[in-house]
Design a protein around this ligand. Structure first.
Ligand SMILES: [Zn+2]
Length: 369
């Protein structure tokens, strides 16, 4: 069974319209995946999940933070909570994390979706499960909202799986460093996090995290992996770096389950970042992850601020993860992206080679590679 975990209670429909995050992307992905004209509808089961419980959320978030999310989840709540308190927990009216009505229940539903997906795949009920509304919360920290993230659904899911004794590999394809998820498991050798992103020297959330020499702490040293890419890295350079690092680590770590964050904001036309990926590389990386994980994985959404391309990329990735035929006319190919001149192209590749060399020196020996 190929599972799409989605429902109206997972959509932040009260998000301010001026915010770059358009929660309707997940609905649009569902429409593409279930449209009978696209050929996948009969092979997909759509499920609206149960909410995550407070105990599930509290595995990674402080109770005081959960209480603040709930206090801010009503119309006009900002005026009733001291502004210093609001700011301390990472919220603000006009910043990345404006509170909105029903924020707490929506965030619990999204986290519940990731738990449900992990449960269905780990018990063999589903081969592949995709939660398009998830993943975008990957910057949320234990006691603060960050980078559009409220409850860190990926981390809530990983913590749920860890509690059941599973070893989890988390692969974060988002153009931004998956700093929240990494931080929550940085000292845990049962969770291997890999984030491939535009270098934090140029993009949110900023250094020193996310650089190649940031590899986890204590017993988790070597189990947090970062692959920072230079701005304007293209399909060829990005896929080369992915291939050099991710499949060997997956083979050595042998996770019980693989969780993939499918941020589509490394796409060349994304307005928030500077990488040059095309649809083709998203499909290739999905096919590759399907192959190395034995076709058993959970995928979640992520960033993606080109509102036309993001649902199309996610629907294509879902098909590729599930071994269903991808619609070739949806893949516009490298010619649709800006072409780098040869000098710039070799500079981004040289930077990627430096990162890959560093990771092979620092991380691979810890995994017996
Ligand atoms: Zn992002």
């Amino acid at each position: 069974m190929n599972l799409l975990v989605h429902g109206p209670a997972m959509i932040a429909s009260h998000m301010p319209v001026s915010h770059p995050l358009k929660p309707g992307r997940a609905d649009d992905a569902q429409s593409l995946i279930t449209d009978p004209r696209n050929g996948w509808a009969e092979l997909v089961t759509v499920v609206a999940p149960p909410m995550a419980t407070d105990m599930d959320i509290a595995r990674v978030h402080d109770l005081s933070y959960i209480a603040m999310v709930d206090r801010l989840s009503f119309p006009g709540a900002m005026g009733r909570v001291p502004s210093g308190e609001v700011k301390r927990f990472g919220f603000s009216s006009h910043g990345d994390n404006p509170p909105y009505p029903e924020m707490g229940s929506i965030a619990r539903n999204v986290s519940g979706g990731v738990i449900h997906a992990l449960q269905q795949v780990s018990t063999g009920n589903a081969k592949v499960a995709f939660v398009p509304s998830g993943g975008v919360n990957h910057h949320a920290m234990p006691a603060t909202a960050s980078g559009f993230g409220v409850f860190n659904d990926a981390a809530v899911g990983i913590a749920w799986a860890r509690d059941r004794g599973m070893r989890v590999m988390y692969v974060d394809l988002d153009v931004h460093h998956g700093d929240g998820v990494e931080a929550m498991f940085a000292s845990d050798p049962q969770v291997l996090t890999v984030s491939i992103h535009e270098s934090t020297r140029y993009l949110f959330p900023g250094p020193p995290g996310g650089l190649a020499n940031s590899i986890g702490t204590g017993p988790g040293t070597g189990f947090a992996v970062n692959i920072p890419m230079a701005p304007y890295s293209d399909d060829k350079t990005w896929m080369w770096a992915f291939e050099e690092i991710v499949p060997p680590l997956h083979g050595a770590f042998r996770p019980d389950i693989t969780l993939v964050q499918c941020g589509a904001d490394a796409y060349h036309a994304d307005p928030l970042a500077h990488l040059l990926l095309t649809e083709n590389v998203y499909v290739r990386v999905a096919e590759r992850l399907r192959s190395i994980s034995g076709g058993r994985l959970v995928a979640i959404g992520g960033g993606g601020y080109d509102v036309e391309a993001t649902p199309r990329i996610w629907a294509s990735m879902f098909a590729a993860f599930s071994g269903l035929p991808v619609k070739s006319n949806w893949l516009h190919g490298p010619k649709s992206a800006p072409i780098l001149d040869p000098g710039a192209s070799s500079r981004v590749m040289d930077e990627a080679k430096g990162v890959v060399d560093t990771l092979k020196q620092l991380v691979f020996p810890i995994h017996g590679l």
